[in-house]
Design a binder for this molecule. Sequence first.
Ligand code: HEM
Length: 417
Amino acid sequence: MKTDNIENRIQADGVGFHEFKRNSNVLTFHDDFAKYVKSFGDVFYWPKGNFHVVTNALLAKKALTNPLISCNRSSFFISRMPNMDLSLLSDFFGVVSKMTVMSDGDAHNKRRSIATFGLNDELIDNYSKQIPIIIKKLILDAVSDGKIDFAKDISSRLPSIILADLFSIPQEDRDKFYEWSGIMTGFFGGGTGYENSDGIKVNSAAKELKNYFENLLKARKENLGSDFFSGMLRVAAKHDLDDDELISQAIMMLVAGQVTTTDQMNNIMLQLLQSQKTFSEVKEDNNLIPNMIEELKRLDPAVTFIFRVAKDDTYIGNQKIHKGETVFISTHTINRDPSLFKNPNNIDINRKNMNHYSYGYGAHYCMGAKLARIEMNILFTILINEYPHMKLSAERVERNHYSLSFSGFNSLPIVLS
Ligand code: HEM
């Protein structure tokens, strides 16, 4: 690590983060990665990725509430495709630039409040009664010789089914719908570099999704229902949002709500089956299941990095951040900040402070946290009670670190009984 004399900013170098992830041990990735990123300090510039990294919780909170640090990450995506003809990305940027998750200030507030009407508590609470039925069917359909592949059979399917249901997407359209949103999410996760072909692919997915939702919106306008779109439509005029903005919020929900929940379920399952003590505790007292979920989410968050772009020169701690520079906030490390969590690397499902940063912090705090918590609580309650002897299978657990921010699983085979 060295200090840049001119600006006195800390600069660190080592194995690239994506490379580290890809070469990590599947069972200990979360601990190893947290230690690796933290080893460079509280805040540092990372030339390999051309971004700053924050690993201290207090500094992360300051960065996430700094009005000079923007959610509009377009320039980051553009910088990763220096040879790309940007006109080929016009559909992608047209869609994402209107999303809550890419907006700041008043535009953010307006878009967020309308999206909240779409994903409202009543819709979630009414729908959640169906979740146990979906889960039990997924397990029954998948189980073979007492085994399932949790990643392939359950976690990759459940969040998609739930979102498609909440949008009232017809069954016959769902495969296409899942494919397009998967492409968008992978791109959003941030790469060290993108190929031009990635840009063309994501633009096409954005275009297809937009066309799809234009038709769906037209149908909902003629016949309002109780789905996500209808909820937004009921209040759209009052909030002065046009159709393109409504469609962008719908696509955002898909992009933000699928793989995050899938990955988080996998991360929790792997840790639970590796910790006999935790498994016994929740079997004995089911009331501890929500705590268990929060604690394992803290230790292995689905979103590895939350990132932003500075819209003017500013500071994070003593580190100067130039206008246009990108800041990556490492959730693995801020979730283990020793000033907030005692023995931060240990699993303790009775700890008092469960306020981790796995759902972000500040104005952009996750809008799907309630839904995700309900899904995971129901899923793990069913699994823990109906399969109290479940364990990792001897077959290979395979992770898929498909972007800087996301880390999924290709397979997580478990023996149910
Ligand atoms: C366990 C599952 C989930 C995790 C770990 C997660 C994580 C996050 C994180 C870290 C952020 C902050 C991003 C930032 O500040 O840039 C966020 C924002 C967001 N999440 Fe989630 N999320 C999950 C599930 C969901 C679901 C199910 C939905 C929707 C159905 C959703 C919708 C959103 C939206 C719309 C935002 C942006 C909010 C804004 O910009 O104001 N998330 N999520």
